[in-house]
Design a protein around this ligand. Structure first.
Ligand code: AHG
Length: 341
């Protein structure tokens, strides 16, 4: 039995046009979402044929803006998204994990476009070679009013200013999960006709759950209050259903997709080795926080709401505690009570 309630077989485009983004003023945003979807379809194909097309493995000698090794598919995905956004003409500029600086488009349509895109073209790419789900994460901001010549500071907007955010998970199927600030919907790629169809509407994350997701190998590097919280999750207590189950894929998109559908808490904390965490605020934490909040969940950095952090740089990193509301509230309470004192 198909587990999701499918209303009618609508394409993502038809659904947005008819429901979430009805009305003429949304045409440009719908077109931009379509540009992202087009590139996502191509990336999905590249990933499916990775080994055969020779696109697996490292891209020799190259590192990204965080000094991490770049996979061939990181670059392929980056090029596909950027090309699609540039050709579409609905986006004025892009921040990508794979580019140190902002990219501004100069063609006639893009120059005046209303939107900015921040993107991690292929998150979890260290998992590609072993056939584990990876994903694309994106955030869409409005170009600040009256700004003709864009610069980096125009991208440095708080997460709560996002007009849309989404991810595409390339797993056992390819699923495009999207919020435009009116709940969360999912569209599944039908590979036979190469089209995304509505597969789940108005997704709600369970308020509490029994699953947590963390790189347990870093346990002794974590701040003590977090160690205490994790010990609490591991303890036996019938009333709260503990011990909780630990699930960690190592691809944020996969871990959060599971948490969105089944409930759970995803943690990427600061640690002795990574004093500010690892994940990127503007194109990983912010879009995921927007999606999870729109589904009824919560996201903090251990002190404050992710969406209210004022970014200082485009590649800024942040700790993140995200998922089912009650779980995030509790872990944040542990952290706040001790970290802030
Ligand atoms: P990468 O894209 O370099 O594979 O990084 C993936 C990110 C994120 O998706 C995941 O949750 C996290 O890094 C895993 O990091 P650890 O290996 O440190 O747990």
């Amino acid at each position: 039995m198909y587990p999701f309630k499918v209303k009618e077989k609508l394409t993502a485009y038809q659904y947005l046009l008819k429901d979430k983004l009805a009305g003429d003023k949304n045409r440009e945003l719908i077109a931009l979402l379509k540009d992202l979807k087009l590139a996502g379809r191509q990336v999905s194909k590249e990933l499916n044929t990775g080994a055969l097309a020779g696109s697996l493995g490292d891209y020799t000698g190259s590192k990204n803006s965080h000094g991490e090794k770049v996979k061939k598919l990181d670059l392929i995905a980056n090029n596909l998204f950027i090309k699609s956004l540039e050709n579409g003409g609905n986006c004025a500029g892009v921040v990508s994990e794979e580019n140190d600086k902002i990219l501004l488009f100069n063609n006639e349509n893009s120059k005046n476009a209303k939107y900015l895109v921040l993107i991690d073209p292929l998150d979890g790419s260290s998992n590609i070679d072993v056939n584990v789900p990876v994903g694309t994460i994106f955030s869409i901001l409005k170009r600040p009013r009256g700004v003709k010549k864009l610069s980096t500071k125009d991208f440095l907007q708080e997460g709560k200013k996002q007009v849309a955010a989404g991810y595409i998970i390339y797993g056992s199927s390819t699923i495009y999960v999207l919020t435009v600030g009116k709940g969360v919907d999912a569209f599944t790629l039908d590979p036979f006709v190469n089209e995304f169809y509505v597969s789940q509407t108005n997704i709600k994350i369970p308020n509490k759950a029994r699953m947590y997701s963390v790189n347990q190998g870093n346990f002794f590097e974590f701040p003590l209050p977090l160690q205490e919280y994790i010990r609490w999750c591991e303890q036996n207590d019938q009333k709260t259903g503990r011990p909780y189950s630990l699930r960690y894929v190592g691809s944020m998109v996969a871990d959060l997709h599971r948490s969105l559908l089944k409930g759970g808490l995803f943690i990427y904390s600061q640690s002795k080795n990574a004093p500010k965490g690892k994940l990127r605020l503007m194109y990983e934490c912010n879009p995921m926080a927007f999606i999870i909040e729109q589904a009824g969940g919560l996201a903090t950095n251990g002190k404050k709401n992710i969406l209210s952090i004022k970014p200082k740089s485009i590649h800024q990193i942040s700790p993140i505690f995200i998922g089912s509301k009650e779980m995030v509230e509790l872990v944040t309470k542990y952290l706040r009570s001790k970290l802030l004192n």
